[in-house]
Design a protein around this ligand. Sequence first.
Ligand SMILES: *[C@@H]1O[C@H](CO)[C@@H](O)[C@H](O)[C@H]1NC(C)=O
Ligand SMILES: *[C@@H]1O[C@H](CO)[C@@H](O)[C@H](O)[C@H]1NC(C)=O
Ligand SMILES: *[C@@H]1O[C@H](CO)[C@@H](O)[C@H](O)[C@H]1NC(C)=O
Ligand SMILES: *[C@@H]1O[C@H](CO)[C@@H](O)[C@H](O)[C@H]1NC(C)=O
Ligand SMILES: *[C@@H]1O[C@H](CO)[C@@H](O)[C@H](O)[C@H]1NC(C)=O
Ligand SMILES: *[C@@H]1O[C@H](CO)[C@@H](O)[C@H](O)[C@H]1NC(C)=O
Ligand SMILES: *[C@@H]1O[C@H](CO)[C@@H](O)[C@H](O)[C@H]1NC(C)=O
Length: 312
Amino acid sequence: MAIRSCSYAFLFLVAFQSTIIKGDIVLPPPPQCSPVPASTLEKIEFVLNLIVFKAEFFLRSSVGLGINDISPGLVQGPVPIGATIAELDNGTRNIIKEFGLSSVGHIRAIVDATVLNPPITRPQLNFSAQLFSGLINQVVNATLTPPFNIYANNNFLFSAVDASSLLREYLTGIVPSIVGNDERRLVTGIAVDEAAISGALRAQLYARVNSTVSPYTFTVANLSILIAQQVNQIARCGVKDEGLIVPLQLGAENRTTTNVVPADVYSLAFSRFERELLRVLFGTGNATRTGGFFPSGFNGALFRRIQILGLS
Ligand SMILES: *[C@@H]1O[C@H](CO)[C@@H](O)[C@H](O)[C@H]1NC(C)=O
Ligand SMILES: *[C@@H]1O[C@H](CO)[C@@H](O)[C@H](O)[C@H]1NC(C)=O
Ligand SMILES: *[C@@H]1O[C@H](CO)[C@@H](O)[C@H](O)[C@H]1NC(C)=O
Ligand SMILES: *[C@@H]1O[C@H](CO)[C@@H](O)[C@H](O)[C@H]1NC(C)=O
Ligand SMILES: *[C@@H]1O[C@H](CO)[C@@H](O)[C@H](O)[C@H]1NC(C)=O
Ligand SMILES: *[C@@H]1O[C@H](CO)[C@@H](O)[C@H](O)[C@H]1NC(C)=O
Ligand SMILES: *[C@@H]1O[C@H](CO)[C@@H](O)[C@H](O)[C@H]1NC(C)=O
């Protein structure tokens, strides 16, 4: 009993210390927004699903190649469904290709630094144009005619921004809890690179902010706001995705409405954890109900635990 109350006191102390910085009490997030307890290796295995997703999506849509065409034998498993080479201007195609290749590098870094050996099992991925057009119909709350085509007219940038931003948010979330110097260097290196990528992609979209999304009447700014709202709603953990143009009170220091790099009131990067990501990527708002881009879910122990525990 004495041992028990002593360890409770210790836990309380740890919790108390970790929630106070300079007198500001930081409330812990509600359970549906909290990280699911996991080891460093399990977190890296979880994030691999996202990195593989981004690498396949960017490479197949820009140059029609997959991960194994770049680095033979790095992945195995089902071939992604519905991949299509996108209509992109040359400059945009080149940077999408570059950022697809960087993700292949990140996968190689992970297999070199951890016990996760190649070939990495690729989750089933769905890149079908119909999936995107259905999601955009939900986003604009209307049935667009003609259906929105993610692969036409540089529209791919919208999905590129979102894929990169979810990955960046998860990496931001896990970096502080990564155990081991080598592992921390690995995850931080990926996170900072992905943050730069995410900003570069948003800047590409921002360059078109006032253009209408052809053939519709809404602008790139309008759609960026509506997509962010939909992501926030389905993730269920507050406002973490933001449009390219925001009300002043969401802009940096409340003094600007441009919002190329979304961030909190201190301009610190937003974090998202496992369940938020799964709700969004499955498109179901439920971390254990697979669908959307990952019709068979994620691979790895952390996702299996989420399923076993029935964490929606
Ligand atoms: C874009 O790249 C293609 C293929 O490399 C080339 O034929 C075309 O001239 C380029 N277009 C522009 C506008 O640079
Ligand atoms: C991929 O998405 C399309 C459009 O939503 C859907 O019709 C198709 O069944 C999906 N494929 C899988 C394997 O889930
Ligand atoms: C979506 O559109 C329907 C029909 O036009 C409308 O009744 C509903 O209020 C709209 N929902 C939102 C969230 O705007
Ligand atoms: C978009 O339009 C606004 C309002 O006209 C203007 O202030 C802004 O400079 C434009 N932005 C870009 C990137 O063209
Ligand atoms: C689109 O953006 C313009 C300019 O910011 C705004 O006036 C308009 O109300 C927006 N339209 C929709 C449908 O949100
Ligand atoms: C900006 O506005 C938000 C919300 O109104 C507030 O919490 C924040 O302290 C303000 N930031 C600055 C620098 O005034
Ligand atoms: C989430 O999905 C799982 C699997 O489909 C289901 O069993 C569970 O009831 C759902 N939870 C909620 C809150 O909808």
